[in-house]
Design a protein around this ligand. Structure first.
Ligand code: HEM
Length: 476
């Protein structure tokens, strides 16, 4: 016998928090209450429109995230506002269209491609740290991390996606300002229920501003792709049978321009623009959030910070410069454990939502009926006391391989899982390790605030009023 997931009676507080998508510290604490109460999932009707199942136990998360991509649809409640910016890209599309794009884009994230980006990760981090050194020398030792780190991840992505040196960490870039503004405008739109309808939103000042900002971003991407296409066409003309790679190291746009599906079809310029915009959106804030929270957690746990620093210094011993190399990444096991624990405790993405075109069966013969929105709570799963002992405690030893054998494969899902998992996770983890390692050998980090910060779960996990750390240069 199967049981359809039926709604539990929600309290008004929970309904309000769903409509505002938990964008406060209190919203997160309400999730903690739900998780302790229900352990696996709960299910609601939200007004007349939505029936929503919220899942936060690995046993239930697994069948939902591992469901075949051809029955999985990205839900409009969360993703529709991104469509004007990202178009029908990998993040948003479904079915056959998604499968074709995923096949064409996967080579862009192969290890052989990623290892070329290590130099860029180092140089972007160096620029940020030079700024920090200047600020420390001026006596401004307490820094708001998100501002600095977001510019650095944008700088990196612009170089890796477009080979474009924006110098955005040192001076204002119109494109970078527009990308930051678009994310802020999308958050603001989500919080106003009436703005969810296009025909209202685009009449408002905010909606008009969104359109103007969008045109800056789209113009930039279009110009890069068109210019690059022209260069490739010119090279193929010179060498009539083959499209040869560029003389500089390939970036994402080059790889997408040269990729072909089984029928020999390549992505159109519009499709490449959509994917490039998606990399910028999906890759900069998420990675910045992960870096900032890792540094924050290490600032609050000096013993772990010191162990990581020692580990990095051991790797760098006897070297002339202090660049992190690709081969070094696998020699930083404890630092990687701290990064993973931080991704658990302060997961940049709090949830993913899905609908399924068929019923999905969960353990105990429970069924999520087709069409129902499933909200897979990454935050809830990572804070579930039925899965993690003392879930609010920062304890990197959870990720010691000896302590991981009995844990479900779906207990730790910062990058989601299954066919629609994050295509950029190896890129992100490599950048995280480089930036965290370089930061620790150059700076001591301390947190002065009492009792921690108030978390701000927006598009990614941030901190209310910013994330402020005290930064001192390490004597070398
Ligand atoms: C710490 C950093 C990152 C985190 C925590 C993260 C997390 C996620 C999550 C949870 C998803 C699933 C979204 C969903 O199903 O709705 C996702 C998908 C995706 N991510 Fe990431 N991400 C990170 C970095 C990146 C980077 C660096 C890139 C690209 C350069 C990227 C590109 C994408 C794309 C294109 C998808 C859609 C994949 C698909 O549907 O096939 N992400 N990411």
């Amino acid at each position: 016998m199967t049981t359809k997931m039926t709604p539990k009676t929600p309290t008004p507080l929970f309904i309000v928090s769903m409509l505002t998508l938990d964008i406060t510290e209190e919203g997160l604490q309400q999730v903690d209450v739900l998780v302790r109460l229900y352990k696996h999932s709960c299910s609601w009707f939200l007004g007349p429109f939505y029936h929503l199942v919220r899942v936060f136990h690995p046993d239930y998360v697994k069948p939902l995230l591992m469901a075949p991509a051809n029955i999985t649809v990205k839900d409009e409640l969360i993703y529709d506002h991104l469509r004007p910016w990202l178009g029908q890209s990998l993040l948003i599309s479904s079915g056959v269209e998604w499968a074709r794009k995923r096949r064409l884009l996967t080579p862009a994230f192969h290890f052989d491609v990623l290892r070329n980006y290590i130099a860029t990760f180092n140089s972007s981090a160096n620029t940020m740290h030079q700024k920090w050194r200047r600020l420390v020398a001026e006596g401004r030792c307490t820094l708001e991390l998100f501002g600095h780190v977001s510019l650095m991840t944008l700088d990196t992505l612009l170089k890796c996606a477009f080979s474009y040196d924006s110098n955005c960490q040192e001076s204002t870039s119109e494109y970078v300002s527009a990308v930051i503004e678009l994310s802020d405008l999308i958050i603001a739109r989500r919080q106003k229920i009436l703005h969810h309808w296009d025909w209202i939103y685009y009449q408002t000042q905010q909606g008009k501003h969104f359109k103007r900002t969008l045109s800056v971003v789209h113009r930039f991407t279009r110009e890069v792709v068109q210019k690059r296409r022209a260069q490739i066409n010119q090279r193929t003309g010179e060498n009539s049978r083959f499209s040869s790679p560029p003389r500089r190291k390939s970036d994402f746009v080059d790889i997408l321009l040269l990729s072909k599906d089984e029928d020999g079809q390549s992505l159109s310029d519009e499709e490449i623009e959509a994917e490039a915009n998606t990399f910028m959106f999906a890759g900069h804030d998420t990675t910045a959030s992960a870096i900032c929270w890792t540094l924050y957690n290490l600032a609050r746990h000096q013993n772990f910070q010191e162990t990581c620093r020692q580990e990095v210094m051991d790797v760098m011993q006897g070297r002339d410069g202090d660049d992190i190399k690709w081969e070094d990444l696998s020699c930083l096991p404890f630092t990687t454990m701290c990064i993973k624990e931080s991704l658990r405790l302060h997961s940049p993405v709090q949830a993913v939502t899905r609908r399924y075109t068929q019923d999905v069966t969960l353990p105990g013969n429970r069924v999520v009926p087709q069409g129902v929105i499933s909200l897979v709570s990454i935050y809830g799963t990572h804070h579930n006391p039925a899965v993690w002992t003392n879930p609010d405690e920062f304890n990197p030893l959870r990720f010691d391989p000896a302590n991981m054998t009995s844990r479900s494969s779906h207990a730790f899902i910062p990058f989601s899982s299954g066919p629609r998992n994050c295509i950029g996770q190896k890129f992100a983890l490599a950048e995280l390790r480089v930036v965290v390692a370089l930061t620790l050998i150059r700076f001591n980090l301390t947190f002065g605030g009492e009792g921690g910060v108030r978390r701000l779960p927006q598009l990614v996990m941030r901190a209310e009023g910013g994330l402020w750390l005290h930064v001192d240069t390490v004597d070398q």
